[in-house]
Design a protein around this ligand. Structure first.
Ligand code: ZN
Ligand code: ZN
Length: 263
């Protein structure tokens, strides 16, 4: 098999949010799906590469945050491709539970109050559900590599590791400022939310030690293995931040209120 092409698909400007198309010899694997309503942006990039929704053979959703899972159900309808995700985030994919968020920045609660990170999306049940540490080979989709469980950002986070040294890691790491992107793209940062920095550190170090060289993520990037290693060592000494949830307001109106979840 030839080395696949990895194409970032802009969802928001300046690399703040993007998903990725992996274009292989037998079709495409879409890694993440953007916020709700992102299908037209993904279609535009498919067209630029002479492809259509029907060329998508698999949709990998790295985790249940709305900027990654937001258009998964719609893209499955449009492409007919199965969705692969991990059981650790299943309650959120099926919209059976409210997401909670461990903030990494002082402005995290303000960002949550804006309603943007918690924007609801169409519920879906993944067609291929990873359990525990299961790995799924991607050869059947024309790609040499695997999708596997890499928890830490959320309990059900997964990454795609390609045999040519590329890794697509969702939000295990970000680069740039604010959400990620905009500037300082070669400098690794934490995404705005992160459940367990020490678990993320272990996953990233494991990937670098396994020889993965180029890291592609949902916010900013790509990053070199050396920069990922530097960031992973920094994370190893950190504890999870304050955890928040958006809950229905007591007045019964559609507005949700932010509460801190105490451990
Ligand atoms: Zn995330
Ligand atoms: Zn994200």
């Amino acid at each position: 098999m030839n080395s696949p092409l990895i194409i970032p698909v802009p969802i928001l400007p300046f690399g703040m949010v993007h998903c990725h198309l992996i274009i292989g010899c037998d079709g495409c694997v879409l890694v993440d799906t953007g916020i709700p309503g992102s299908h037209a942006r993904i279609e535009r990039v498919l067209k630029q590469h002479g492809r259509s929704f029907r060329d998508i053979k698999l949709i990998v959703v790295t985790h249940a945050h709305t900027d990654h899972a937001g258009s998964a159900a719609r893209l499955r309808e449009l492409s007919g491709a199965p969705i692969l995700a991990h059981a650790g985030d299943l309650d959120y994919y099926e919209c059976r539970k409210e997401m909670t968020y461990c903030v990494t920045q002082w402005w995290g609660p303000l960002f949550l109050r804006s309603g943007v990170p918690g924007e609801p999306y169409q519920a879906f049940t993944p067609d291929i559900l990873l359990h525990d540490d299961a790995k799924v080979p991607l050869d059947a989709y024309g790609i040499e590599g695997v999708a596997r469980h890499t928890p830490g950002h959320t309990a059900g986070s997964i990454s795609v590791e390609l045999s040519n040294g590329d890794a697509l890691v969702g939000d295990l790491i970000a680069s740039g400022i604010l959400l990620g992107g905009v500037m300082r793209l070669k400098h690794a940062t934490r995404p705005p939310f992160e459940d367990d920095p020490q678990a993320v550190s272990g996953q990233l170090l494991g990937m670098v030690d396994a020889g993965l060289q180029r890291f592609h993520m949902g916010h900013g990037g790509p990053l070199s293995a050396d920069e990922v290693r530097r960031h992973a060592h920094h994370l190893a000494g950190l504890k999870p931040g304050r955890r928040f949830a958006l809950q229905p307001a007591p007045c019964g109106c559609s507005k949700r209120q932010l509460i801190e979840v105490l451990r």
